[in-house]
Write a protein that binds this ligand. Structure first.
Ligand code: TXE
Length: 480
């Protein structure tokens, strides 16, 4: 595949100094393409171009309903190219093709959803006193920066870019150095359809162009999805410019299973919630809290199911694909290696060699049972197909354990008793709680975001447009 160039100020920009970064297919270890190792100058060029585009007559005259029409058109374009986009996403991340297809459809849905909102975000008139007309006017926040990780590139790009464009902003997307392909595909579409500088796509390392962008004083808002330490660094940069951030920083989300749960219904959902995208999902159901009296029965069923899962590349129609890169892969194996003495590995726990794909990064779906909820592998995000299990004895203990991590992104509660389900759901500190289901990353219309270190703000849903607007109050004193 030919090298990927950045889109800056309506121009395709390659590397002048032959500074390219290899993009590797994690399923095979093969080189897919190269991206530009963007630098501070590129970041500055993009921000200057974005500021110009924001003030341009061309973009300002794009009416809200026309922005909506354009976003609808984008959704249709994505669907028309779904097969190619799914292939690109699958090559880039190694995810099974059915999952990649789901991601493409979700991306189309984001554009469609925010298309509908584009001309429905408006202010209020506020009654204060006679002859004072007080109104709030909604304005775009300005230049929005979107730092995208590698696990769901097209979905995560779509969810914030669609909301930002709907509300009249200009956007700069910085792809993950591992996964630029689908955003590059979308960049070509935006290049053709939008005034220059309204959508720009940059590539390179987070510590280089990423941090040059987050600390740039010309950026008005930052949407970041990634790790907690990088999220903190992004927030510190933003603080220097007094700029708002929307942070989505992952989790250690629990499925909490009570003794009266319908296990036949729960098992496939719990399995999918941790093995989808090889566990590299911010909202993965990576903790299982199970009531003591049914723990053996549930674990037996899960182990049986885990043993049937096929690990391998998308080409083999596998259930569980590779880990994104060597660094993440080694990190997970190191964690698994350190677990031995602290807990029982019920299934998996090792690297997998796949014939013909010896340079891919495969790990077997793993279940580990711990006696102590404080163990690091129960507390920390492993970001692989690894389910950590702890037993509880009653409702109060279940709630205490569910809340006993630094995170609070998603939770699943499994019980047929509506009192138990509601009591627990209302006491879990988590941005989303599913009862008798678990919507890993699902639901374009549902507000999504974290309590505690899982993040700040909400994405998805009608609420996300709030991240991308300024509210101006205008008071008009009338006097004749
Ligand atoms: O994340 P980083 P990494 C978690 C998951 C994973 C861990 C590390 O636990 O094991 O993070 O993954 C850009 N300024 N999640 O190292 O560093 C970087 O280029 C500006 C959870 O990949 O957070 C990439 O585009 N940007 C998660 C993005 O930030 C910077 C998804 C994410 O990288 C930067 C991914 C900087 N200083 C990982 N440093 C989720 N919430 O879904 C890096 N970046």
């Amino acid at each position: 595949m030919e090298n990927i160039q950045m889109l800056i100020d309506g121009q395709w920009v390659g590397s002048e100094q032959e500074q390219w970064i290899d993009v590797i297919n994690p399923a095979s270890g093969e080189l897919i393409t190269q991206i530009v190792r963007g630098n501070e100058k590129h970041a500055d060029d993009a921000v200057q171009a974005a500021r110009k585009a924001l003030k341009s007559k061309e973009w300002k005259s794009f009416k809200p309903f026309e922005r909506g029409q354009f976003l609808q058109e984008t959704a249709r374009y994505i669907r028309a190219n779904a097969e190619e986009l799914a292939k690109l996403e699958s090559i880039d991340i190694g995810k099974p093709s059915a999952q990649a297809k789901g991601d493409i459809e979700a991306a189309a849905r984001y554009f469609e959803f925010y298309a509908g909102l584009a001309d429905k975000v408006f202010g209020d008139s506020i009654p204060i006193e006679e002859d004072l007309l007080n109104v709030t006017v909604i304005e775009p926040i300005g230049v929005t920066l979107h730092i995208v990780p590698w696990n769901y590139p097209i979905q995560i790009t779509a969810r914030s870019v669609a909301a930002a464009i709907a509300t009249g902003n200009v956007v700069i997307v910085k792809s993950s150095e591992d996964t630029p392909l689908t955003t590059n595909f979308l960049a070509k579409w935006f290049h053709e359809k939008l005034p220059k500088g309204v959508f720009q796509h940059l590539t390179g390392y987070g510590a280089e162009i990423g941090s040059a962008l987050t600390s740039h004083s010309g950026v008005n808002q930052i949407t970041f999805t990634g790790s907690v330490p990088t999220g903190i660094a992004v927030m510190k940069s933003a603080a220097n410019n007094v700029v708002p951030v929307t942070l989505e920083l992952g989790g250690k989300s629990p499925n909490v299973v009570f003794k009266d749960a319908d296990l036949e219904r729960a098992v496939p959902v719990i399995v999918n919630s941790i093995v989808q995208n090889a566990g590299q999902t911010c909202s993965a159901g990576s903790r299982l809290l199970v009531e003591e009296t049914i723990a053996d029965e549930l674990l037996e069923k899960l182990v049986v199911k885990f043993k049937t899962l096929k690990v391998g590349p998308p080409a083999n129609n596998a259930d569980v694909g590779p880990i994104i890169n060597e660094k993440q892969y080694k990190q997970i194996l190191e964690i698994l290696g350190s677990i031995e003495e602290q807990a029982k590995v019920l299934v998996g726990g090792e690297a997998v060699q796949v014939e013909g794909y010896e340079n891919g990064f495969y790990i077997s779906p793993t279940i580990i049972e711990a006696s102590d909820h404080n163990n690091s592998f129960v507390q920390e995000e492993i970001f692989g197909p690894v389910l950590s299990v702890v037993r509880f004895s009653d409702v109060e203990e279940a709630i205490e354990l569910a809340n006993a991590t630094e995170y609070g992104l998603v939770a699943g509660v499994w019980s047929k008793d509506i009192d138990v389900a509601h009591y627990v759901a209302s006491r879990i500190d988590s941005g989303q709680v599913f009862v008798n289901s678990y919507g890993a990353a699902g639901g374009v219309q549902m507000p999504f975001g974290g309590y505690k270190k899982s993040g700040i703000g909400r994405e998805k849903s009608h609420l996300a447009v709030q991240n991308y607007i300024q509210i101006k109050n205008i008071a008009i004193q009338v006097q004749l």
